[in-house]
Structure formats: structure tokens, C-alpha cells
Write a protein that binds this ligand. Structure first.
Ligand code: NAD
Length: 390
């Protein structure tokens, strides 16, 4: 059975002035597989309606809140109602919304960090298993072709046994207390009731953690963490430095910061193996650097046939020829394409292309929440080295 129509997407969050909801709207439609048909876009019902108008959605498909959305969408005929929801609210809402949509029988795409705490993440994993629905998590940095190439080079033995991983995510936008000026994105991120137990480490440290485990295929086993709050009056960490031990014996350094003045989104990773090293920068994402001890550094460039030949996943995640840069939107879209193909396969009871299963899921979300709690426990502990929570 074939499904000869676009998948219907509903959105929760992404109201007027919101950041990531609009990125999802653009990325999800990039490949013509998905259309936005409904939403509960804002915590304020009036603003939800306003957003729906701006998006030119029929007013009956724009809801005052997500509970009304579930109730009304559920009653619509198959093909008209949403097939899945994307959750782009602050962190404290991810779990209740994901739970209710899964229980009503909808597939879910969710923003990171997956939940508010580990207890919710464990419960969500069980719910996903029970519901047999598809659950995607938007760790968008694993959607870049050159990240997929790095992963496949590691799997193919190119770098040899990994000895050391250095991963960083410094930003500078919270170097002053802009949350006190009413800046929307800063306000909830620095509020423990909306953000969770961690600030910077939850917001962007989890991206670094996810990227390191995705490329290396290793698992972080122990962490020695030192979180700081530099801005006076702030209640959550705005900077953090961690030493890591991986399950193969490799060592690592992970640092994340939102007070590093001048830094924008300087996510980068260095992987040092017994044979070669890899280096990738999010701000220059079309290049992967490969270094050997006995020759000049190689620069692999996205869009060339040799990339797809070495990594079918990277080839599949590429739209434009080399030299025409692809970046943030395309990486989101790559997660959407794989998610959508997997949802389609589920809906038509067929087997998905194995490459389509390459998108972050509930297990990655649980790892992220365990990472946050391990970092928090290590920061508090005098012993420092703390086993990765289970
Ligand atoms: P934001 O403050 O810009 O937007 C949040 C939106 O959610 C607002 O419109 C708000 O009114 C709405 N909202 C809040 N509670 C709601 C509810 N119960 N029902 C409906 N709408 C509700 O926040 P943001 O920066 O877009 O971040 C949102 C989420 O996306 C966070 O979890 C964040 O961690 C994540 N995020 C991920 C990335 C990434 O690169 N993957 C980047 C930025 C943000």
C-alpha cells in the first residue's frame, strides 16, 4: 500500500516571536513530504489564533491549547487530521504534550532536551514503546551530511580506535542578564521551572553530548563536571566544563557556555584515533577535516560524489552540488525526511529504508536527560568522577 499524500503536521508552540517553531515550519516543508495543517501555537490562546492567521491556516484548525487540538483533530477523518505533532515549546511542556498526543495515537517529533527530568524521560520511553508510534527528537546537528560522513568514517575504521574526543558548544548571548529585560528566549531558559535542572548544559551541552556519541558510536561512562553561574542573580548554570570517560577507555573534554562573549554557535568536535583525526565545525559545516600522521590534512567537501560513496547517509542528506552551502535548515530537514519516511512506512505497514532510521529518537532523548543529571550530580559531589546515570 502506498500513501499518495503529504503527511499532515500539527505544531504546538512556535507562536509570535518564537524562535525554533519557524525553523521547523520551513525545514519540514523543504522536501514536499509534509504540510502544516493545524496548531496550538502559543501559551496565550489569542496569540495562537494570531499565529494561525499569519500562517493562513483555516481558523477551525487553529486551537486555543493543545488539549483542544487533540480532542478536535482526533475526530477528523483519516487524511484530514494530523498524522503527527511537533512540539516546539519550552522544556517543561515537552513531556505532558508528547504523552497526550502519543496516547491519542499520533506520531511525535519533539524538541530537545526531551523532557524536564530523567523520570519523565523513562516514562516517555515506555509510552513510545507501548504506543508503537514514531518518536523523533530534534538534535539537528546529527542531520548534517559531514557529521554523517564522520560517523561512517569512524565505523569504517578510518581513524582507528578512538583515544580522545574534544567537543565544545560556546555561545555568548547570555553574558549579561538579558532575561531581566524580558527577552523571551532568555527568560524561560534561565528559569528552573521551565528549563529544568540545568541551564546551559541542558540547552546546548546536550547537543555536544549527542554529537559526540553519534559520531563515535561510543557511550559516555563517567563524567567529572564543573558548572558555574557567572551572571549575578541567575539561578541556572551559564557555563560548564566536563571531563569524560567513554566506554572504550577513550577520554574526552566537553565544554558548553553561554557567557563566552563573541562566540555565536561555535559547536565543534575533534576526534583523535590511533590512526587519524577528524575535525568538524558547525559554523563551517560543509567541510570535514581528516588528518593523518604522515601526510597533509585532507578537506572533504559536501556535495562531491566521493562523500556519498564513502557515506550513503551523507549522500542522502545532500541536496545541492558542492560549493553551494547547505546548513541549519537543511540539517533540520534531513531529520524530517528520515522521520517522515519512517512514519510513512509505519502507516503503510512496510519496512523503512534502513537509512531512514537515522534520526534521533527516544533513546537519544533519555541519554540527554541522564547526561544532564550526571553533570548536576558530579558538580555537587566532592568525589567529582560520577558514573553516567542509568
Ligand atoms: P521560544 O520562547 O522562542 O518559543 C516557545 C513558544 O512556545 C512560544 O510561542 C510560547 O508561547 C509557546 N508555548 C509555551 N508553552 C506552550 C503551550 N503549553 N502550548 C502551546 N504553546 C506554548 O522558545 P524557543 O527558543 O523556540 O525554544 C523552544 C524549544 O526548542 C525548547 O525546548 C528549546 O530547547 C528548543 N530549541 C532547540 C533548538 C535546536 O537547535 N534544536 C534551538 C532552539 C530551541
Amino acid at each position: 500500500m502506498k500513501l499518495n499524500r503529504k503527511l499532515n503536521m500539527g505544531m504546538v508552540g512556535g507562536g509570535p516571536g518564537a524562535f525554533i517553531g519557524e525553523v521547523h515550519r520551513r525545514a519540514s516543508r523543504m522536501d514536499g513530504q509534509i504540510q502544516l495543517v493545524s496548531g496550538a501555537f502559543d501559551i496565550n490562546p489569542r496569540k495562537s489564533k494570531q499565529q494561525g492567521k499569519e500562517l493562513m491556516l483555516p481558523s477551525r484548525r487553529v486551537y486555543r491549547n493543545y488539549q483542544e487540538m487533540i480532542e478536535k483533530e482526533f475526530k477528523l477523518p483519516d487524511g484530514e487530521r494530523i498524522d503527527f505533532v511537533v512540539i516546539t515549546t519550552p522544556n517543561n511542556w515537552h513531556f505532558p504534550i508528547a504523552k497526550d498526543f502519543l496516547e491519542a495515537g499520533f506520531h511525535v517529533m519533539c524538541e530537545k532536551p526531551m523532557t524536564f527530568n530523567v523520570a519523565e524521560a523513562k516514562q516517555l520511553k515506555k509510552l513510545v514503546q507501548k504506543s508503537r508510534k514514531v518518536f523523533g527528537l530534534m538534535h539537528n546537528y546529527t542531520g548534517y551530511p559531514m557529521v554523517k560522513l564522520a560517523k561512517d568514517l569512524v565505523r569504517g575504521g578510518e581513524v582507528g580506535k578512538i583515544r580522545k574526543v574534544v567537543v565544545q558548544y560556546p555561545q555568548g548571548w547570555l553574558a549579561t542578564p538579558i532575561e531581566k529585560t524580558g527577552q523571551q528566549q532568555a527568560a524561560w531558559r534561565t528559569d528552573p521551572k521551565q528549563s529544568g535542572g540545568a541551564g546551559c548544559m541542558g540547552d546546548i551541552g546536550t547537543h555536544a553530548e549527542n554529537l559526540s556519541e553519534y559520531i563515535t558510536g561510543l557511550k559516555i561512562k563517567e563524567i567529572c563536571a564543573d558548572l558555574s553561574i557567572f551572571v549575578k542573580g541567575r539561578r541556572l548554570d551559564d557555563d560548564g566544563n566536563c571531563l569524560l570517560r567513554f566506554n572504550n577507555g577513550a577520554r574526552g573534554i566537553l565544554h558548553a557556555s553561554q557567557i563566552s562573549i563573541g562566540e555565536e554557535n561555535n559547536l565543534a568536535i575533534w576526534i583523535y584515533g590511533e590512526e587519524k583525526s577528524l575535525e568538524w565545525h558547525q559554523e563551517h559545516p560543509n567541510y570535514l577535516y581528516v588528518k593523518a600522521p604522515d601526510g597533509p590534512e585532507q578537506v572533504w567537501k559536501r556535495g562531491n560524489d566521493y562523500v556519498g560513496a564513502a557515506s550513503p547517509a551523507a549522500g542522502r542528506a545532500t541536496r545541492l552540488p558542492s560549493g553551494h552551502p547547505e546548513a541549519f535548515f537543511e540539517a533540520f530537514a534531513n531529520n524530517y525526511v528520515n522521520f517522515a519516511d519512517t512514519v510513512r512506512a509505519k502507516m503503510t505497514r512496510t519496512k523503512p529504508d534502513p537509512l531512514a532510521l537515522d534520526f534521533p529518537n527516544v533513546d537519544d532523548g533519555l541519554r540527554g536527560m541522564l547526561f544532564i543529571e550526571t553533570v548536576l550530580a558530579s558538580t555537587k559531589s566532592k568525589k567529582k568522577w560520577t558514573a553516567f546515570k542509568k
